[in-house]
Design a protein. Structure first.
Length: 154
């Protein structure tokens, strides 16, 4: 018997956060096998995105006493320093070290708790065992990705 303050809700889709360099074989639309706690379920990758980064405004950066009283409004030194510190992202370059991946469970709703570790193994779903010919080996490998559940959608 497990005592809980509230009954956890079952979910059909959730978002997990992974290290970006780990996710080479996962693509949007792929079928995967998801392990969360003691639950094994087949799922599909719905989306992948970089987490939102907080943007620090000019006023917030100078609120902590960094602002010099004899500020010259016509000086370009601060502009040059700001450009060096915050380089604009270039298309095709890796800019975020983390990646948020949204999964949708195929068969049924399952109990998923925020903060739980999730193991994702590519190759789940109908194509797990390959073809129907006699003696044919399965296509599932031993490659897996470990992340943390960040969002749950009812």
């Amino acid at each position: 018997m497990v005592l809980a303050t509230s009954q956890p809700l079952a979910t059909r889709s959730f978002v997990a956060q992974f290290k970006r360099e780990d996710l080479e074989a996962l693509a949007v639309g792929n079928h995967v096998v998801v392990y969360v706690a003691s639950v094994r379920a087949s799922a599909r990758v719905v989306s992948a995105r970089a987490p939102d980064s907080p943007v620090v405004s000019y006023q917030e950066s100078h609120r902590n006493g960094d602002y010099v009283q004899d500020h010259d409004p016509f000086s370009f030194d601060e502009v040059a320093e700001a450009l060096e510190e915050s380089q604009a992202p270039v298309a095709g370059s890796v800019t975020a070290s983390e990646l948020l991946v949204t999964f949708k469970l195929d068969a049924a709703k399952e109990f998923v708790v925020l903060g739980d570790q999730v193991l994702v193994m590519p190759g789940g779903g109908p194509g797990l065992y390959g073809g129907h010919e006699r003696g044919e080996k399965g296509m599932a490998g031993l490659e897996g990705f470990v992340g943390v559940v960040k969002e749950i959608f009812g």
